[in-house]
Design a protein around this ligand. Structure first.
Ligand SMILES: [Fe+2]
Length: 258
């Protein structure tokens, strides 16, 4: 049996003191694997600092970047978001003692945990800074990034299907955004993620769990034609969304056992 704890969208740079409280929560939950589904910090600069206290407590910390980790700072003239995703963030995670989700699966006890950040079908023009904060060379639309991410996901799933008995898929953006349409304006749905990732996921029979982030919500649903696969979102959110902090910390890590 493997206990997987998962959390996302902690946005540590918006909450003073949250890292210490989150680390304290990790001690109490003590999962075998901690999955972080993105948006821990903005940009790549602080990722080592937030992962290190976690990797000193949990044997396996799996970190997947969110869109915020792929944002470029002004001094990043010679770096682009693809380099952050494929080279810089994996190195930072590795130095901090974490496994980098996004490029290859993590295996434990015949279970594969794998994922991709995903991307948006379109930006919500008046709301999102993503349009100007990321740069993916060789792409001209956000949907091009979605296609790249879908290929990365497909490749990992094909590998995991051969070697694992059960597969947990982690995405930052939503693979089933239409399921959330009732919670947002119609124009925001393309900014939640893309159904293309969902289509890829549902092609693989060994997928037993999907975990996502990005949308600041607590959600427990089920997907596929027979509604058999659990799809969970356990996002923390920005300070103004959190409400009672003690209650939020209490629910900051959700667990599943496989
Ligand atoms: Fe996000």
């Amino acid at each position: 049996m493997v206990t997987i704890g998962f959390a996302s969208d902690l946005h540590f740079d918006h909450h003073s003191g949250l890292l210490l409280r989150f680390v304290d929560k990790i001690k109490k939950v003590s999962p075998d694997v901690l999955v972080l589904a993105g948006d821990l910090v903005t940009g790549p600069g602080r990722i080592k600092a937030v992962l290190r206290p976690m990797t000193s407590l949990v044997s396996h910390v799996c970190f997947l970047p969110g869109n915020h980790e792929l944002w470029l700072a002004r001094h990043h003239r010679h770096v682009d978001s693809t380099m952050l995703y494929k080279e810089i963030l994996p190195t930072q995670a590795h130095i901090a003692g974490a496994f980098y989700l996004g490029m290859e699966p993590f295996f434990i006890d015949r279970i594969a945990i794998l994922g991709v950040t995903g991307w948006f079908e379109d930006y919500v023009s008046h709301q999102t800074p993503d349009r100007r904060m990321v740069r993916f060379p060789d792409t001209s639309t956000p949907m091009d990034v979605v296609h790249w991410m879908a290929e990365l996901l497909d490749r990992q799933l094909a590998m995991a299907e051969s070697y694992a008995d059960e597969i947990v898929v982690v995405t930052h953006t939503l693979p089933f955004p239409k399921k959330m349409a009732r919670f947002v304006d119609t124009e925001t749905v393309p900014y939640l993620g893309s159904e293309l990732l969902g289509e890829v996921i549902l092609r693989y029979s060994k997928v037993v769990q999907v975990i996502s982030g990005h949308m600041h919500i607590k959600y427990e649903g089920r997907v596929d034609r027979d509604s058999m696969i659990p799809w969970d979102i356990n996002a923390f959110g920005y300070p103004e969304e959190v409400g009672d902090m003690d209650h939020a910390i209490q629910n900051a890590i959700r667990t599943i056992t496989l």
